[in-house]
Design a protein around this ligand. Structure first.
Ligand code: SAM
Length: 306
């Protein structure tokens, strides 16, 4: 897989994004054969709305290449955390790219950061964190659901990311983050039903000097409990925000041209609009509604006095 850095050519076995349109993209494996549901070795054929593709034909092709399908064409692209968030198999609710971008920004992640995350869930956020902190940083991610932990660990391995991430089964609300991580973390991220229980353990894990904490919660009642718990723990400058993505549409518009020369000589506004003269232009249009709420991000900067 090429999640771990950019590559030029597709190597056998790598996962590749097949990009048809902005709403139609898929992840597939560049392998000549695959196992059928019955466990029989068969040719690896991927069906798209524009025709089928023999996945083995991708091996050796350059990433970014436009390939011909029977009824259209597609691009073959490198997988990224953004594509993965859209395509991953859901085991849980996940965090999406607009929230992820704000989380990465607010946690001030960089290629040396040591980050603690819980729960791992479907690994959507984890992939974006890993890209931001590698090659010298490390992600420690915890989930109390053993199967989810195993699947996430396998995915990280398949994606060539194992050296940047440690996945552990642990109930962080009762057991905290473990002795080994005390004084090690630059940032902590929580996506848990009861983050206030885990918050009790956060001050122990930050490096001397402090760190950043961010918690994602869908409900405002969870935010209230979390903020109260953080205040009781002595944290200050707690902020909560909501990320709403506003997607502009591009539209063609037609408007009659206002004749300013006639405006000087006429009091009748209608006569100054020359009905035969129109201007055609392309413009952006703000959406009438905003997409639905995902969750609230509660953030704080933890200072530790030396
Ligand atoms: C909403 S999911 C996290 C999704 C993840 N942020 C993503 O983007 O894919 C919440 C996860 O927290 C885990 N969880 C809930 N309570 C926990 C606890 N006390 N300790 C560890 N994990 C917990 C659940 O098993 C679940 O997988």
């Amino acid at each position: 897989m090429s999640f771990n850095g950019y590559k030029d050519l597709i190597v056998e076995g790598e996962s590749v994004i097949l990009y048809l349109t902005i709403n139609q993209f898929y992840i597939l494996e560049a392998k000549t054969t695959t196992l059928s549901k019955k466990g029989v070795v068969v040719q690896n054929i991927f069906q798209t709305p524009y025709g089928s593709l023999a996945c083995g034909d991708l091996i050796g092709k350059k990433y970014g290449t436009k390939i011909q399908l029977k009824k259209g064409w597609a691009y073959i692209l490198q997988p990224t955390p953004e594509f993965w968030t859209e395509l991953l198999p859901h085991r849980t609710q996940i965090i999406y790219t607009p929230d992820i971008s704000m989380i990465l920004l607010c946690l001030e992640l960089k290629p040396t950061s040591i980050v603690i995350e819980s729960g791992t869930g479907s690994g959507s956020l984890s992939h974006a964190i890993i890209r931001k902190i590698k090659p010298s940083g490390h992600l420690y991610t915890f989930d109390f659901h053993e199967t989810r932990v195993d699947i996430a660990r396998n995915e990280f391995k398949e994606h060539g990311l194992s050296q940047y991430v440690t996945v552990q089964t642990r109930d962080v609300c009762t057991d905290g983050f473990g002795k080994d991580l005390e004084g090690k973390a630059d940032s902590v991220f929580l996506d848990l039903p009861q983050p206030w229980l885990a918050a009790t353990f956060t001050s122990q894990v930050f490096k001397r000097g402090g760190g950043r904490l961010c918690s994602f919660s869908p409900c405002v009642e969870q935010v209230q409990k979390m903020c109260s718990a953080l205040t009781n723990l002595g944290y200050q400058e707690i902020q909560t925000m909501e990320v709403l993505q506003s997607q502009f549409a591009i539209q063609k518009k037609k408007m009659s041209i206002l004749n300013l020369d006639m405006l000087k000589t006429s009091n009748n506004k209608e006569t100054v609009k020359n009905e035969k003269e129109f201007s055609n232009f392309i413009t952006s249009v703000a959406p009438n509604t905003l997409p639905g709420h995902t969750g609230y991000l509660t953030l704080l900067l933890f200072h530790q006095h030396m």
